[in-house]
Design a protein around this ligand. Sequence first.
Ligand SMILES: [Zn+2]
Length: 146
Amino acid sequence: MVTKNNERSCPVCKNIAKENLFHNEMASIDIFDLSYDVVACKNCLFVYADGIPSEEVYKNYYTKCSKYDVVKKQNDIPTLAVERANYAMEFIMPYISSDTAILDIGSSIGVLLNEFKKHGYLKLKGIDPSPNSPDLAKKLFGIEVT
Ligand SMILES: [Zn+2]
């Protein structure tokens, strides 16, 4: 099991005293446990993720365990992913105009960005650490993901 124990000081004020708010337990996948704590800085009250896995763990996870690697065509995309994207669209659209630039960090293959595209948004870009996401986003949706 690859574990993490990267305790962090407050990203805002660098204070090390913090209060644990809750442990975000993630299901272990393969050898990866991506669970972490959500804490509040006792000095400035900033809330942040603590005990997060190392960058190397995330890099290995996204290289070996991308859930979208099995997607070869649009019909392969899990229904839940499309429903989640539609729910996010309904939430976001009242607050933005159709010429808004959209950057989706952690976009995977661009399912959410494609929903924006269907609704007429043209300035779309995704960022994702999975090595296959850029090619799949381009092939499936014509959307740029780096
Ligand atoms: Zn702080």
